[in-house]
Design a protein around this ligand. Structure first.
Ligand SMILES: O=C(O)[C@H](O)[C@@H](O)[C@H](O)[C@H](O)COP(=O)(O)O
Length: 237
């Protein structure tokens, strides 16, 4: 994978990026609805996507035929301030998108592994592959919840797993996580990586230049390398 194998969408301002990403995602979802009667969208959490979610919530598309889920989730209940489901419900599930079907990943189980097994079964009932997946990236090169210090990183990045959702234990993650698996992400018909700021641009360019063996590359690079369609990079300063 190198810079020319990606579709770059660069903007001067974050609000322009949010408008365009929302428009591109909405178009892909509506196209999926027109071709097969439904569409699936998986979004990431964190601090970057709020403006994009707000813009997407106004899209005039057939939201009642769309299912939204998360790329990853912290193992906390929706009432918790760190919940990605909370973020999505506050920023995306409103306006035109208010009634969309949302499938969270968190379950109130004793162990994150049990929650992963339950959500794996639930998202496994979707029409696969997903139509749209929007990823973020951390400054450590993680994407989804594929943290470089995850105890089971190679399992998380296993391209042959049949699991759709996996549990994650990683010191740097803050709490146990739930994440879509690598094949669930990279098989998306439209795969977008949404990053903002110079630091993340530098991290991305560094990871694209990695020459070491595959297993030593950052998780973001491993995902981009495994993508079945040309990944779209959305960036603003
Ligand atoms: O649960 C999460 O935190 C996200 O899904 C995660 O993968 C996120 O995309 C990156 O950590 C970037 O987060 P920021 O947007 O906060 O920089």
């Amino acid at each position: 994978m190198n810079i020319t194998d990606l579709d770059w969408h660069l903007y001067e301002q974050r609000d322009h990026l949010a408008e365009r990403l929302a428009s591109d995602v909405a178009e892909r979802l509506q196209n999926a609805i027109e071709s097969r009667g439904g569409a699936t969208l998986a979004v990431s959490g964190g601090s970057t996507p709020a403006l994009f979610f707000e813009q997407l919530s106004y899209a005039a598309i057939d939201w009642q035929k769309i299912t939204v889920t998360l790329v990853d989730e912290r193992f906390v209940p929706e009432s918790h301030e760190r919940s990605n489901a909370k973020l999505v419900k506050e920023k995306l599930l409103k306006n035109a998108a208010a009634e969309v079907r949302f499938v969270p990943l968190y379950h109130d189980t004793a162990r994150v592994e049990e929650a992963a097994a339950r959500s794996s079964g639930e998202v496994g009932k979707f029409d696969w592959p997903l139509d749209v997946v929007v990823l973020g990236m951390g400054l450590d090169g993680h994407t989804a919840s594929f943290f470089p210090d995850a105890t089971t990183l190679e399992m998380l990045l296993d391209p042959s797993t049949s699991e759709r959702v996996l549990p994650v234990q990683a010191q740097s993650a803050g709490e146990p996580r739930l994440t879509l698996s690598l094949p669930a992400i990279v098989s998306a018909s439209f795969l977008a990586l949404h990053i903002e700021g110079e630091n993340k641009r530098d991290v991305l360019e560094e990871t694209l230049g990695e020459l070491g063996p595959e297993f030593s590359r950052t998780p973001t690079r491993r995902v981009l390398d495994a993508a079945t369609t040309t990944p779209h990079i959305y960036w603003a300063p």
